[in-house]
Design a protein around this ligand. Structure first.
Ligand SMILES: Cc1ncc(COP(=O)(O)O)c(C=O)c1O
Length: 262
């Protein structure tokens, strides 16, 4: 199983290359991919990349509350599930829903409100077009990464390819990341993700996905800059002092050239 966009670190896994490695060794394993934080954010190609099962959810690129899960299932995975899978299972028991879907129904109580929301999300994506949605997220991610780097902070991970859903960055080692996180939340109303697992200490995560534009992200980054400065993570920029009268450039004579007035 591979996580395409790692929401805990902001990195991506090369799904097509992992498929090729499985094929090269004639390994029989099914390739399961978690595309939860890439669907509707970054290019993801279930068929072309040779995934057997792709898992996605409603709460990231589809801009909905949590509650809907989606599986794309290759014919090989379906056949194995029907014929040879013997493990007791519930989430991976696809047959009831595959059967019901033929007539457009659900075998269980459908989450109607989320499905109504999904229709709206899909129409927003269709209107913008998927390539533009992907390009917008790529531009937002680039803005976030370049801004954080320009503050002298390190982005998590050895380099590209980073996920376009979020930017995970490290605080300097002497910072108490819990304290900084709380300060950003209480004083600047910024809801940043904390680091998870091995990255629990010293890492914060900026989410930049869904219905977001450059202006909104830039405003958030400006608040983040201010919050990190107030909590002594960053040093305040030195602002140029206002010119005094003595230092003011001489006024151009009336009728002087444009150049001399600049
Ligand atoms: C990559 C990824 N996988 C899985 C999940 C689902 O996590 P949870 O089990 O907390 O709903 C998330 C978060 O929504 C995620 O970002």
């Amino acid at each position: 199983m591979v996580v395409h966009s790692e929401t805990s670190t902001g990195l991506t896994a090369p799904v097509a290359e992992i498929r090729a490695a499985l094929d090269d060794t004639r390994h029989p394993a099914l390739l399961l991919v978690d595309a939860i934080s890439s669907l509707g954010i970054m290019r993801y190609e279930h068929d072309r990349w040779g995934a057997d099962v792709t898992i996605a959810c409603s709460q990231k690129g589809l801009m909905l509350p949590p509650g809907l899960g989606f599986n794309a299932i290759s014919s090989r995975a379906q056949a194995i599930s029907r014929k040879s899978a013997r493990l007791a299972r519930s989430y991976w028991a696809w047959q009831p829903i595959l059967d019901a879907n033929i007539s457009g129904y659900f075998p269980y109580t459908p989450p109607i409100s989320l499905l109504a929301g999904l229709r709206e999300s899909l129409s927003l994506i269709k209107e913008e077009t998927l390539p533009r949605v992907h390009a917008r997220h790529a531009a937002l991610a680039q803005l976030a990464r370049e801004t954080v780097r320009s503050w002298g902070l390190e982005i998590v991970g050895p380099g590209e390819p980073h996920s376009n859903a979020l930017t995970a960055f490290r605080l300097p080692s002497d910072c108490d990341s819990e304290k900084v996180h709380l300060f950003l939340s209480e004083k600047h109303e910024l809801s940043l993700g904390k680091g998870l697992g091995l990255f629990a200490r010293g890492v914060l995560r900026i989410g930049h996905l869904g219905a977001l534009d450059t202006g909104t992200l830039a405003t958030g980054l400006a608040r983040l800059r201010a919050g990190l400065t107030e909590s002594d993570v960053l040093t305040a920029p030195v602002l140029p002092s206002a010119p005094t009268d003595d230092a003011a450039p001489p006024r151009p004579a009336p009728g002087g050239s444009r150049e001399s007035a600049v």
